[in-house]
Design a binder for this molecule. Structure first.
Ligand code: SF4
Length: 181
């Protein structure tokens, strides 16, 4: 998408460093909000209008950044993984890992980069387990388009651009164990 907002926000990712963030709302409440915001005809129309109206797009994106930043530590990657991570933002992981934790998680669950802060992926698992939704975490997250940083994830979502973000299979078997040498 060509948009004036695109280039002007390109540096935001560097200034906005990832810090492990525990969501500010419960998973059940986040799921309710997620249902209210799922793609619908009027939201599709709004998204199209926003992209055609740069000043409105910038204002809308600023509001989105403030709201999602406060609730989830959102960094505006524009390709939102929240529905498949129990609404714990994987881009708040200092390594931006979208498919599970690294090998450096401390025994007490702390992040290796930020001791004292809980690993985002442990937070995601604990929230999902409490709600009986661990199958959500088994989705394979595909690589994101790094050119989208700073754009609106809602505008993308409402136009069905997130359809290929993860695989739809929630029941794929875990990888076979590595054979000892
Ligand atoms: S848009 Fe990206 S950075 Fe923002 S909450 Fe979703 S996954 Fe996290």
């Amino acid at each position: 998408m060509e948009n004036a907002v695109h280039a002007s926000d390109a540096g935001g990712r560097v200034a906005n460093r990832p810090v492990p963030t525990t969501p500010g709302i419960s998973l059940p409440l986040a799921l309710v909000l997620g249902r209210l915001l799922r793609p619908q005809r009027h939201l599709y129309a709004l998204a199209v209008w926003l992209e055609a109206t740069p000043w409105a797009y910038r204002a809308f994106t600023a509001v989105e950044k403030a709201v999602k930043g406060k609730l989830f530590g959102c960094r505006m990657c524009a390709q939102c993984a929240l529905p498949s991570t129990a609404y714990a933002c994987p881009m708040s992981c200092p390594k931006e890992l979208r498919n599970g934790p690294c090998g450096g998680v401390a025994a007490n669950g702390d992040c290796e980069v930020y001791p004292g802060l809980r690993c985002v992926w442990l937070v995601a698992y604990e929230r999902a387990a409490a709600a009986g939704r661990t199958a959500d975490l088994r989705r394979l997250q595909r690589p994101i388009d790094q050119r989208e940083w700073g754009l609106s994830s809602w505008v993308n979502y409402w136009q069905n651009r997130d359809a290929g973000l993860w695989n739809g299979d929630t029941s794929f078997a875990p990888a076979p164990p590595i054979e000892p040498r």
